[in-house]
Design a protein around this ligand. Structure first.
Ligand SMILES: NC(=O)c1ccc[n+]([C@@H]2O[C@H](COP(=O)([O-])OP(=O)(O)OC[C@H]3O[C@@H](n4cnc5c(N)ncnc54)[C@H](OP(=O)(O)O)[C@@H]3O)[C@@H](O)[C@H]2O)c1
Length: 340
């Protein structure tokens, strides 16, 4: 907001994507900042998260889905996602202070008018934005509440270089895993995962059988599978499951990032007999839906855990549409964040 004129810039869906979402499907608009109501904060955004789920919600047939915290978008709608900003104005007695940071759900714009009830106070800083906006939280909740990890477990993380995956491998290790394997698409990313993220091995999708690569990387089988992908990777993990294996299913990128069009239908063929014989648990899980109360525990835990917050940070609101496209194309690593 230019305080003199009360204007702001925001990004809206211009047109439904045809296949992969393109930067030209989005548009940046300069507009009047909405008037703040009696319970609203005016926030200058500093960072916001880019989520690949935005592609799914920009589909013409997108529907509200429980567990997906994004509403379906229509052309002309403003985009939104987790953000951190500085309070410029707040109602007296609201408990917030001008000049402090808050997290809130209205990213994809430079200034936001946000209901105080949707804001969480983060103090004056300095802050690690990725700890609040990133998916270390999701991975931590999945590995402490979705399933329980045990000392000595062999863990497989699909999309191990992604926003959730780049944290899940590290967190699994801190929680006692003895061997951690992740999947990705390119040798470059695989090298980065073993060098920077602490994976013992990385396997490559679209470069030969996942089942064979997983067998080679985990010859004694897999105890825990953190799944962001579904499809062939879920089937391979089921084949490699050890007695008592625990699978936590967080996402289905095979459907969400399907080249032909985003979808919420992610079929997979599993050998159910083997699941029964090996006493395998499969749990579908959403961190925000199932364990929101554990977020403060994550914030305290990550301070001690010395994690590497893997981020692709893009500068400037105007570059956010390109960042969404690149994230969906698999060109970026870790959390994708815009510094406004
Ligand atoms: N349950 C929950 O609490 C929760 C919370 C947030 C998000 N989610 C869901 O979890 C999943 C992962 O989210 P994220 O934000 O961490 O995404 P992400 O893993 O960062 O997704 C982007 C990555 O997906 C990989 N990819 C691209 N196309 C693919 C394809 N056709 N098949 C398989 N992988 C492909 C690429 O990585 P590579 O190049 O390395 O393969 C790309 O960099 C999503 O489905 C998301 O909706 C769940």
């Amino acid at each position: 907001m230019d305080s003199a004129v009360g204007r702001c810039r925001e990004i809206r869906l211009r047109a439904y994507p045809d296949g992969m979402i393109q930067p030209s499907d989005l548009t940046i608009i300069e507009t009047a900042l909405p008037e703040a109501g009696p319970n609203d904060l005016v926030v200058r955004n500093r960072w916001f998260r880019i989520s690949i789920s935005t592609r799914l919600m920009a589909n013409p047939d997108a529907q509200a889905v429980e567990g997906i915290p994004f509403p379906a978008l229509r052309p002309g709608d403003r985009l939104a996602d987790g953000a951190i900003g500085e309070v410029m104005a707040c109602p007296p007695g609201s408990g917030f202070e001008i000049g402090t940071f808050v997290s809130h759900p209205l990213g994809w714009r430079d200034y936001a008018v946000v209901d105080a009830g949707s804001c969480v106070a983060l103090g004056r800083g300095p802050i690690e934005p990725a700890a609040y906006l990133g998916h270390g939280w999701t991975a931590y909740a999945a590995l402490t509440r979705g399933i329980r990890i045990r000392r000595g477990d062999t863990v497989f993380v699909s999309s191990g270089a992604g926003a959730i995956g780049s944290m899940a491998g590290q967190i699994a290790r801190r929680l006692g895993a003895s061997r951690v394997i992740g999947s990705t698409s390119t040798p470059d990313k695989a090298d980065w995962m073993t060098a920077e993220l602490g994976y013992d091995a990385a396997i490559l999708r679209n470069r030969g059988s996942i089942a064979d690569q997983l067998k080679a990387a985990a010859p004694d089988g897999v105890d825990v599978f953190v799944d962001m992908v579904g499809g062939e990777q879920l089937a391979a993990a089921a084949e490699a499951a050890r007695e008592g294996a625990r699978f936590v299913l967080l996402g289905a990128l095979t459907a969400e990032l399907n080249v032909a069009g985003a979808s919420i239908v992610a079929p997979v063929q599993l050998d159910s007999f083997q699941l029964i014989l090996k006493d395998v648990t499969l749990r579908g899980y959403s961190a925000d839906r199932d364990s929101a109360e554990a977020f403060p525990e994550w914030i305290a835990w990550q301070r001690e855990a010395r994690l590497h917050f893997a981020c692709s940070t893009v500068a400037g609101l105007e570059n956010a549409p390109g960042a969404l496209h690149d994230a969906c194309e698999g060109r970026l690593r870790g959390l994708v964040m815009v510094e406004v």
